[in-house]
Ligand binder design. Structure first.
Ligand code: F6R
Length: 614
């Protein structure tokens, strides 16, 4: 979960690297470093702490101007976040510099071997063993690309490596094994990055390396081979957002900005996919015949994406009448799931790089299942490893806590559910048209929700000393409750749990004591009268035991009024669409409460945006 950037060109290497790192800091932010080729040596600066620490050190004592450099932002795995453990690491007596994302699983054996042969190590990282090995390979081959080819064969685990050698100025070599690496193509300059945000400010033209490939960039060229040296031509694409989309603008945090972008994220995910009365999806090889032959769907995802999947399950099952399971991606392959060519495994991932989800997709493919990715990041690994992709177009999400991506993930699954229902003939055209019409209303309804959040702000300030918050929901409100709890614990460090309302009497009600705050996600009384009355009973049960109830309820739902201390209103919509609106007050509540506590909402402790290790 580290961020990687490499550059060759004459734009001002350190500035390019720092710009790239500032975009990648979401991937890891406990230390950072850069190095450039300076004449016949390597100039390097690396610092524990956030990127700002490195930046101010470079302002105080700049590195020399150079046309070649690499930079890294780290999320510690092997060794604490110290200056020594920060990347880059050196090899070949300080003439080679290397950065790394991922984990080198056999580093202990490699290190022992290298130490026995006289190498001295300066850090506790797994990375340094790769730097030393690459340095030795360079001494044997005299060429960094050849040396990289030799070195990757000795490494186990998953990794992206970038390296440069003082004897080859103007060259950066990268290698990728089960870890992302993208090339950015400029005029007289080239870039490498963990994702396109590393270089999108300078060029929209990009290509993602396939697994087990090596890339060599100079100012004028970018050449790719496999690990055996066979040339390959990566497929280029144009990034469909510009770098201003990943700027904070005037917002106090990326999370605040991203919550406000929910309506546009939903609009963009639906754009070009809704016809007047239906849905128009092109899922490539997963064509009508294949999808009609699907007997079962398993959705794999982690965290917030998995909660969106729970909403997707309800919608797809109800509309297309296909059994749908949701699996946490990290549990999926370890339970030896039953898979065949009639099973569709849908992965959901904002980043498209989550290791657990990627491994689940690989496992599904290896067992003959069909694979579809619902992903927010162009050129990411998971969509490339899936047979088809439905991109959500939520735009870049920088804050660690996922918000607008959740909305877009739900929309992506609703679109897929309607597409499948149409193909399988399980819904009438009128029924589909009714849902499509309601979906079109969602962006404006979201704007309305966002415009009326004063009571959430007040609530969050009033509750800033609260130590525990519970969330209840039923049906599609249950994943909303889980998401509300995750968001709160993630950025405000308050203990929070989400429960299904029906589960209350099976245990969790024991937690209710006078003053306990409980958010209740209330289904629409018009859409689901039975469920609505059940949740009103749940509210009465917890109120009777002294809980303070905050209800998220539809406009006009009067039945909750006598029992709720606070009611947060959301507009009327159809049942499967409710989560898109209901989740927003919960996201804002978490954001406001963490802000009231003075916490860094964009970079919560111990977390990174992209979890690229298992
Ligand atoms: C929570 C959050 C995480 C991610 C999870 C999956 O706010 O951001 O729970 O949802 O790590 O990440 P992606 O969607 O990138 O696979």
């Amino acid at each position: 979960m580290c961020g990687i950037v490499g550059y060759t060109g004459d734009r001002g290497t350190v500035e390019v690297l720092l710009e790239g790192l500032s975009r990648l800091e979401y991937r890891g932010y406990d230390s950072a470093g850069v190095s450039v080729i300076d004449g016949e040596s390597i100039a390097l600066r690396k610092k524990g702490g956030k990127l700002a620490v490195l930046r101010s050190s470079l302002e105080d004592a700049p590195l020399p101007a150079s046309a070649t450099g690499i930079g890294h932002t780290r999320w510690a795995t092997h060794g604490g976040p110290t200056d020594e453990n920060a990347h880059p690491h050196l090899g070949d007596d300080g003439k080679l510099s290397l950065i790394h994302n991922g984990i080198i699983e056999n580093f202990a054996a490699l290190r022992a071997e290298l130490e026995a042969d006289g190498e001295a190590f300066a850090s506790e990282t797994d990375t340094e063993a790769a730097a030393k090995l690459l340095g030795r390979a360079y001494r044997e081959t005299g060429d960094l690309t050849d040396a990289m080819q030799r070195t990757v064969g000795r490494l186990e685990g998953q990794f992206t490596l970038l390296a440069m050698h003082a004897e080859q100025p103007g060259v950066v070599v990268g290698a990728s094994h089960n870890s992302p690496l993208l090339v950015g193509y400029g005029e007289g300059e080239h870039f490498l990055g963990s994702d396109v945000s590393a270089f999108v400010k300078f060029t929209p033209s990009a290509a993602a390396l396939d697994n087990d490939q090596i890339v060599t960039i100079t100012a004028d060229s970018a050449s790719v081979t496999d690990f055996d040296g066979n040339p390959s031509e990566p497929k280029r694409f144009e990034v469909d957002w510009d770098s201003s989309a990943a700027d904070k603008g005037g917002w106090s945090s990326f999370m605040a900005k991203e919550v406000s972008e929910g309506p546009v994220a939903v609009e963009n995910t639906m754009r070009g996919r809704l016809t007047e009365r239906g849905v128009d999806l092109d899922l490539g090889v997963l064509d009508a015949d294949v999808l009609r032959g699907i007997h079962r769907i398993v959705i794999v995802a982690c965290g917030t994406a998995a909660y969106s999947a729970m909403v997707g399950k309800y919608a797809i099952e109800t509309w297309a009448r296909v059994p749908v399971e949701v699996d946490l991606a990290h549990e999926f392959r370890y339970r030896d799931p039953m898979l065949d060519e009639h099973t569709l495994v849908i992965s959901i991932s904002q980043s498209g790089e989550t290791m657990d989800t990627k491994m689940a997709v690989q496992h599904a493919a290896s067992r003959g299942a069909r694979t579809l990715s619902i992903c927010n990041t162009q050129g990411a690994t998971i969509p490339r490893e899936s047979e088809a992709v439905l991109y959500t177009h939520a735009g870049p999400e920088v804050a660690v806590a996922s918000t607008k991506a959740f909305l877009a993930q739900v929309i992506g699954q609703l679109l897929f559910g309607l597409h499948l229902a149409k193909l399988r003939g399980t819904m009438t055209d009128d029924a589909i048209a009714e849902i499509v019409a309601e979906m079109r209303e969602l962006p404006d309804e979201l704007r309305e929700v966002l415009a009326h959040q004063e009571s959430v702000h007040e609530l969050a300030h009033w509750m800033s000393d609260t130590r525990s918050v519970l969330f209840l929901g039923r049906h599609v409100g249950y994943p909303v409750a889980l998401e509300g709890a995750l968001k709160l614990k993630e950025i405000s460090y308050i203990h929070a749990e989400g429960f299904a309302g029906g589960e209350l009497k099976h245990g969790p009600i024991a937690l209710i004591e006078p003053g306990q705050v409980v958010f209740v996600v209330v289904p629409s009384p018009r859409n689901e009268p039975l469920l609505h009355s059940k949740i009103v009973s749940n509210i009465q049960e917890i109120r009777a035991r002294g809980a303070r109830v905050i209800a998220v309820a539809e406009v006009g739902d009067a039945a909750v009024l006598p029992y709720a201390d606070v009611v947060l209103r959301v507009p009327l919509t159809l049942p499967m669409l409710e989560p898109v609106l209901q989740v927003v007050p919960l996201h804002i509540f978490a954001l406001e409460l963490a802000t009231a506590k003075g916490l860094d909402v964009d970079q919560p402790r111990n977390l990174a945006k992209s979890v690229t290790v298992e």
